[in-house]
Design a binder for this molecule. Structure first.
Ligand SMILES: NC(=O)c1ccc[n+]([C@@H]2O[C@H](COP(=O)([O-])OP(=O)(O)OC[C@H]3O[C@@H](n4cnc5c(N)ncnc54)[C@H](OP(=O)(O)O)[C@@H]3O)[C@@H](O)[C@H]2O)c1
Length: 423
């Protein structure tokens, strides 16, 4: 008989779905520093719609988007959903995860109850007019990030996803490894492989901000895999060492420079001269690493306001700065004279499409990309992990929390059941 709720780590009979579940929940009254924003609560198990899949979550990945969700800034996810008619009043974050398909909705064809899956993080309406007319779903007006803009993410015993979000879990990965790469890895992959003709080619220098971060650690490997030359920016020696071990050709410690932030007014000659001196010295460090006067053909950006004037300055003539975030702020300054004369490209990039998600999963499964799991906590530590991230005090690479998996190191449902039997 199905119970109305199971303890975390207690596996229900295959396919039976309780009414309630435990989840790490954000509510508007707790908006603020992540350490205080998440609390474990009992909530209803979400309902399954057509084309959807209910997944028993074994592990969930930690990402920066739920730092923003916890803060309620720059986008109040709960208010936005309430305005659209949603009456839930709370947010369950988590935009990647790994687990077991527990129930399937009408029309689901490619996964079955019992399938072990990794979950990708973007949702869209497959029947949307723009998709029917041929748009890449990632560009659809209906796209939204699961576990951020949309509710019922992976920080819970169960989650509901669309079928196309399910990718076969590589058997060689533990649950926590399988849960931690699908957001940063695929975003970096699209940044580096999705914007023709600026895809990484053999020999291309690529500058990577936050080389030891989630995006950066995956980006260093992807650049190497496709023959490029990754140069990482970091803020301390331990992170520099980490990037070199992952394959960076060289590293630059950003603390050795002080020209960060918004560009001075271009008519302020003195301030512009100071800024240009800093940016030029930064560019020279790239030449030193490469051993020749070559500039990055691609700059992988996510820092935004603090670094983008430098990114646009050091990118090669005809090169591209590709940006997916703005951790330090949203104003992007550049001296347009350099921009047009040297014919550069500033490209926005957001997450990845289903094909790109599948390609990254295959590369991780084949051992060509390391998921870079550096820390694994449990469901009660979701707030702590996001706080570490907010404070830029997290370990290099990607982080995950165990949800129903009782301990790290388990790779499938059978071994998870065995481990639970001995707890
Ligand atoms: N649009 C998308 O699809 C998408 C997907 C993933 C992530 N993102 C966004 O991308 C950003 C990074 O995500 P992540 O997972 O890589 O985070 P992360 O693991 O925290 O790594 C970011 C790294 O950026 C560096 N950094 C932080 N502040 C900086 C500053 N002011 N100047 C220069 N470097 C700075 C830090 O490295 P050092 O201190 O060592 O330099 C940090 O480790 C977040 O804003 C996130 O929301 C967007």
């Amino acid at each position: 008989m199905t119970k109305s709720i199971y303890e975390v780590g207690e596996i229900p009979p295959m396919g039976s779905v309780p009414e309630q579940m435990y989840a790490s929940v954000i509510r508007p009254e707790r908006y603020g520093p992540p350490s205080g924003a998440f609390e474990i609560e009992r909530v209803p198990v979400p309902e399954l719609g057509r084309g959807q899949v209910l997944v028993l979550v074994m592990a969930a990945g930690i990402n920066y988007n739920n730092v923003w969700a916890a803060l309620g800034y720059p986008f109040d996810v709960i208010a936005a959903r309430t305005k659209a008619g949603d009456e839930t009043g709370f947010h369950i974050g988590g935009s990647e995860g790994a687990g077991v398909v527990w129930a399937v909705g009408e029309g689901v064809r490619d996964v079955q109850v019992g399938s072990e899956v990794c979950l990708s993080g973007l949702q869209w309406d497959e029947l949307a007019n723009d998709i029917r007319l041929g748009a890449d779903p990632i560009l659809s007006t209906t796209q939204a990030v699961w576990g951020y803009e949309n509710n019922f993410g992976s920080f819970a015993q169960f989650t509901v996803v669309d079928e196309y979000q399910c990718h076969p879990k590589p058997a060689n990965l533990t649950w926590e490894e399988a849960a931690c790469f699908m957001l940063t890895g695929v975003t970096a992959y699209r940044q580096l492989r999705g914007w023709d003709p600026h895809v990484v080619r053999p020999g291309d220098p690529v500058l990577i901000w936050g080389g030891a971060g989630g995006l950066g650690s995956m980006a260093i490997q992807i650049v190497r895999l496709f023959g490029g030359v990754p140069i990482a920016v970091v803020s301390d020696d331990a992170r520099a060492e980490y990037c070199l071990r992952l394959g960076a050709e060289g590293v630059i410690n950003r603390k050795e420079f002080d020209h960060w932030g918004r560009l001075p007014d271009v008519t302020d000659d003195e301030a512009m001269a100071r800024w240009t001196h800093g940016a030029r010295n930064f560019g020279r460090r790239i030449w030193d690493i490469l051993g020749e006067r070559r500039s990055p053909r691609i700059v992988l950006e996510h820092v935004g306001q603090d670094s983008i004037p430098t990114s646009l300055y050091v990118a090669d003539a005809g090169g591209m700065v590709v940006i997916c975030g703005g951790t330090s702020g949203y104003n992007a300054d550049t001296d347009l004279r350099h921009f047009w004369m040297r014919q550069k490209r500033l490209q926005g990039s957001h997450y990845a499409n289903t094909r790109e998600c599948r390609e990254v999963t295959l590369l991780v499964g084949a051992g060509k990309l390391d998921p870079c799991l550096s820390w694994c906590g449990d469901l009660s530590e979701v707030g702590k992990a996001h706080q570490l991230m907010r404070d830029n005090a997290h370990p290099p690479g990607n982080m995950a929390v165990l949800v129903n998996a009782p301990r790290p190191g388990l790779r499938d449902l059978a071994s998870t059941r065995d481990a639970l039997a001995t707890v």
